[in-house]
Design a protein around this ligand. Sequence first.
Ligand code: ATP
Length: 342
Amino acid sequence: MGSFLPDSSAYELLTIIGRGLEDLMTVNLARYRPTGEHVAIRRIDLESCTNEMVNYLQAELHVSKLFHHSSILPYRSIFIAQNELWVISPFMAYGSARDLISSHFTDGMNELAIAYILLGMLKALDYIHHMGYVHRSVKASHVLISVDGQVCMSGLRSIISLIRHGQRARVVHDFPQYSIKVLPWLSPEVLQQMLLEKLNGTVPCLLDTTTIPPEELTMKPSRSGADSGICEGPSTGGAHHSNGEPSSSGSHPYSRTFSPHFHAFVELCLQRDPEKRPSASALIGHSFFKQIKRRPSEALPDLFRPVTPITGFVSTQPQDAASGLASLESGLSHMDVDDWDF
Ligand code: ATP
């Protein structure tokens, strides 16, 4: 997929598939009229943004132009349409890992699916670190999965360069903007759990038969939500699947056994002392990933079953791919965002 036209009339907006940036951003599924393919459009109302926010967004777009990696979500076109910033990217038909966890795999995913997703994320992080940046917003909603099982990292807004005065800094203490705002709104117990428990060295672990006492596993589960099986997370409705299998009504969702390699991997990543935490490139070589035998495109759609990607939208107009390609050739957009004028 190359660059797309920087013109809002080239896109037919379909349904809303996400929100972000403190609700200033709407993510739309859309059809790109010249070729008929589906894209995601992040639309941000610039009039509601402060100047500081706009600078922040510009920095993100600048960084996106530098990055070219198969595990990082590419931006295909960036332009302004009626006071809105439009960022066009490929549509990732499985949505985000957060979408998958909250709507289908509420008790956690299959270990092999997790391995594929984590390997994709580590490859993205390794690349970002080699480029001299730190992502600072690695979370399930920034892990996007395409119809053919390609895992991509998004969320470049919080990224920061490690290069200071020509030198690569070893640490960054700067807190990402527009995430600090949520802190005063959190309840004391949530803040305590987030900050104090972390500082005190309490680390989460994988929930399975090796970490939950047998007597608890025979009890009726008191909660059913777990963010990918690590610690606790919000529970939402929908079908419950654990380890890729529907959990039968009687059995505890954590009556599963993750491999010793997976437990060791999680333990390594969650060490309190940052010096002891391995780098992304070291983690890519961890024995946890030896279970990966096939390409993500061959394995992930099987592992996600019965979840199916969003496909098969009926378009209202017939598509003319040939004429679409011709118009693309004449009007390829360039991500020229350096000379905005507000
Ligand atoms: P936050 O403010 O929480 O950091 P954000 O502003 O970074 O969020 P995104 O995470 O980029 O917003 O997008 C919000 C959601 O929209 C994603 O979690 C995902 O569900 C959906 N989404 C975004 N981009 C795509 C895409 N290319 N394909 C499919 N879904 C997408």
